[in-house]
Design a protein around this ligand. Structure first.
Ligand code: ATP
Ligand code: MG
Length: 138
């Protein structure tokens, strides 16, 4: 059993996609083990995306991530890191496969509706960034 962090980004919340994204997880047998709404400060967004601090898009993406509320979730299931990335689709919606969340709903490479951890180590860091143990239902 594996865990990953999912975020419905500010564009996804603004577009009314909370239910639709959660439905896609539940429909494929992924369990939501924790869920809450937050509105990150710029500093909190910079901490979350610290791995990207040298990238040209760092300032823009952290502005975006702190521009409105997000829904953060801990997802649980077999191979859930890869399965979530598959449901999300490629970072750039123009490259995303048919039927993926980003293909169906993303605006562009930045406003791409969802985040998902990309490896067990990043999942552990990202889950701990938003949730304490008591908030995750086993
Ligand atoms: P995420 O980490 O959000 O799940 P990802 O792993 O598919 O997405 P990353 O390369 O980790 O993509 O980039 C993190 C986020 O930064 C992207 O999801 C997107 O919102 C933004 N981003 C990435 N590349 C660009 C870019 N070239 N221009 C603008 N924003 C970008
Ligand atoms: Mg990433």
């Amino acid at each position: 059993m594996e865990r990953t962090l999912s975020i419905i980004k500010p564009d996804g919340v603004a577009k009314g996609l909370i239910g639709e994204v959660a439905r896609r997880f539940e429909k494929t047998g992924i369990r939501i083990a924790a869920m809450k709404m937050i509105h990150m400060t710029k500093k909190q967004a910079q901490g979350f995306y610290a791995v990207h601090r040298e990238r040209p898009f760092f300032d823009s993406v952290t502005d975006f991530m702190s521009s409105g509320p997000c829904v953060v979730m801990v997802l649980e299931g077999d191979n859930v890191i890869a399965r979530n990335r598959e449901l999300m689709g490629a970072t750039n919606p123009e490259d995303a496969a048919e039927g993926t969340i980003r293909k169906d709903f993303a605006t562009d490479i930045e406003k791409n509706v969802v985040h998902g951890s990309d490896a067990p180590e990043t999942a552990a860091f990202e889950i701990g960034y938003f949730f304490n143990g008591l908030e995750i239902v086993g």
